[in-house]
Design a protein around this ligand. Structure first.
Ligand SMILES: [Zn+2]
Ligand SMILES: [Zn+2]
Length: 403
């Protein structure tokens, strides 16, 4: 257990408690969104290195053309660092293949520049990395059975640990990871993983792991004291909010103060598509203060690892406001001192508001008691999946409260 930081310490001390690698200011800039944006002062990934080669998927040869391999300084550095660590861990492994990044100034990278083209790869934050082949040949695997799954999973884990906001993999690869980060896409990703970094100035750290050992990560937008903390998912079958959280990682940070984002507090439940954590406990009935011995609320208050992780983070940050995303009631709910700010969120997000009591053992109830003066409320998104392009409305509402 890491040392708890006493209340009132500055944000820098809180950050150092988690061993953050805060991004340094860079000349390069990712503008807009990965699917609608551009790149300023992008840097070129070298054509090859000791540990990697680049691959031109359109011409089916190495190296890739220079204009297809530009990214932000941070993306290029992250690729080189992760690949270096991977190579050091597997000295006999073949060099890794890197495909397209972005164009020198970013912008559209569609099929007109060579099929199949990319919907994203527009602002220097995306990179395609080919899975290592069992036979060690320096070219993309033609079929999923040619993938060295052990090496590919290790590589994927390293990109997650490096703070990727998303990793897209193919359905026949057998690869997995925290479900808010690692997503299986139906097409095109059986020969490469698509790695996406958060926007400029977003720092990230692992705040712990779930019961089953999945990484639970937090991201910080902006600097200074925590204005808003967003928890994207706590009930594993109500995780549309993790899409809102991921969408926030590409928003412009607030001018003062910081927004903190935990896309997924319950990766085990999320992966299994069930409400509880891996031990069958409803995390939002497990918090102390008003805990009651219900069948799903755990053996004792804060008996669960994930509950304690959330409590530790909230105690350290002392956020002015915590927003917990759930589904499927399509309304914002709050009571007591949090009603006013929850109503404001509802207006900004164009949602209904209902004044409703907090359940026993809930996170919002605990925060109101443990950190009086702070606010916490619940956003119940509508049922079903939420596309990241539709998540902008909710992400803007969060930013509206932080601004
Ligand atoms: Zn891609
Ligand atoms: Zn819920």
């Amino acid at each position: 257990m890491r040392r708890l930081v006493p209340a009132g310490l500055c944000a820098a001390a809180v950050l150092s408690g988690y061993g953050w690698a805060a991004p340094s200011p860079e000349a390069s800039r990712a503008v807009g969104l990965p699917w609608q944006g551009r790149l300023v002062a992008g840097v070129e990934l070298p054509a090859s290195g000791e540990r990697f080669f680049t691959w031109d998927f359109v011409r089916r040869r190495s190296p890739n053309r220079a204009w297809r391999r530009h990214g932000t300084t941070r993306l290029v550095r992250t690729l080189v660092e992760v690949i270096g660590e991977y190579a050091a861990a597997h000295p006999g492994a073949p060099r890794l293949g890197i495909g397209d990044l972005s164009r020198p100034d970013g912008g559209r990278f569609g099929a007109e520049l060579g099929p199949p083209g990319h919907a994203s790869h527009q602002n220097g934050l995306d990179a395609d990395v080919y899975y290592p082949r069992k036979d060690g040949r320096e070219r993309p695997p033609a079929r999923p059975r040619q993938i060295d799954r052990g090496l590919a999973q290790d590589l994927l884990d390293r990109f997650v640990a490096a703070g990727a906001s998303n990793v897209f993999v193919g359905p026949n690869t057998g690869l997995s990871g925290p479900p808010a980060v690692v997503e299986v896409l139906p097409s095109h990703h059986d020969n490469h993983m698509h790695v996406r970094l958060p926007g400029d100035g977003v720092a990230s750290a692992e705040i712990g792991t779930s019961m089953l050992g999945q990484s639970i990560r937090a991201f910080r937008l902006g600097r200074g004291s925590a204005r808003v903390l967003v928890i994207g998912c706590v009930h594993g079958d109500e995780c549309a909010g993790s899409i809102v959280a991921t969408r926030l990682l590409h928003a412009r940070p607030p001018g003062s103060g910081s927004i903190w984002v935990v896309p997924d507090l319950n990766p085990d439940g999320h992966a299994a598509k069930r409400r509880t954590n891996a031990r069958g406990v409803d995390l939002n009935r497990n918090f102390p203060g008003t805990w009651r011995g219900l069948p799903v609320s755990g053996e004792a208050p804060a008996s669960e690892l994930e509950t304690r992780l959330a409590m530790r983070l909230i105690r350290r940050l002392r956020p002015e406001l915590t927003i917990w995303f759930h589904q499927p009631q399509a309304l914002v709910r709050a009571t007591g001192p949090s009603v006013a700010i929850a109503r404001r969120f509802a207006r900004l997000a164009r949602m209904r508001f209902r004044e409703l009591p907090r359940p026993p053992g809930s996170a919002t109830e605990w925060q109101h008691r443990a950190l009086p003066g702070t606010r916490a409320f619940v956003v119940e998104l509508p049922p079903g999946v939420l596309h990241i392009r539709e998540a902008g409305r909710y992400s803007r509402a969060v930013l509206g409260l932080a601004g």
